[in-house]
Design a protein around this ligand. Sequence first.
Ligand code: GDP
Length: 296
Amino acid sequence: MAFEGLASKLQETLKKLKGKGKLSEKDIKEAMREVKLALLEADVNYKIVKDFVKKVSEKCLGNEVLESLTPGQQVIKIVNEELTDLMGKTESEIKYSSSGLTIIMLVGLQGAGKTTMAGKLALQMRKRNKKPLLVACDIYRPAAIKQLQVVGKSIEVPVFTMGDKVSPVDIAKASIEHAKGNGNNVLIVDTAGRLHIDENLMGELSNIKDSINPDEILLVVDSMTGQDAVNVAESFNNQLDISGVILTKLDGDTRGGAALSIKAITGKPIKFVGIGEKMNEIEVFHPDRMASRILG
Ligand code: GDP
């Protein structure tokens, strides 16, 4: 299960505090040392861990906690609040355009789960009576267009493609006209990924962005890649000024580093998570629920 190691370590540390009547400064410092180690082992960015522990320590060493009758509970409450804060406080939904056509561009490295996520988002929107259109802009990976068509068929959402001989910018532009002509009110543009970030990829994504002016640019990242996911998010954000992040594969045994670091590093919220390969395995990301899940 995701976050297992982190959750069990934090819960163990905090349980020890709860068992004590009064807490001394030494108890709290010792606990904070353990919290720090647990976060580092979960692959959370070092600077974020340092800031987090500093903030939590300052709050825990305040008189309200030391003099409280239930100091252990207070510490847990503070850790919960700060974890929630770290992941973005509240959930962030899709920003729909008031113009009648909402354009969502999905970007990310190959294998992150873009195509799958395009389908999941489309299905969710179709269930809410929107009329999504999936757009196949990955013309490089031989099976990519077919994969999107299979996804579209399985969820009864149309797919716009012009094959692999037309440039992604032209496909994206043409899809807007197609959507307008066919009563679609959400475009979900699936773009190409590479195994690593490279200039060609970024250049192409920038060109697509400039030509269709998306309401949302959502970066899809594989939560299993930990610190790498954070580096990827930072590069994509620097190049494209993304509007949010989608974390996939949270059903795996990710240690949690990506989920806990991305908001702090990029300033951009995690909007959805993928929790399986099936089309309905998507959830809105709730920072408070995630924090509570980690703390048990
Ligand atoms: P793309 O290259 O970014 O378009 O990635 P794909 O959508 O093709 O996904 C790559 C692989 O990850 C596929 O085998 C998907 O079934 C799988 N996948 C995508 N999202 C999830 C998820 O949330 N959980 C799990 N377990 N697998 C996922």
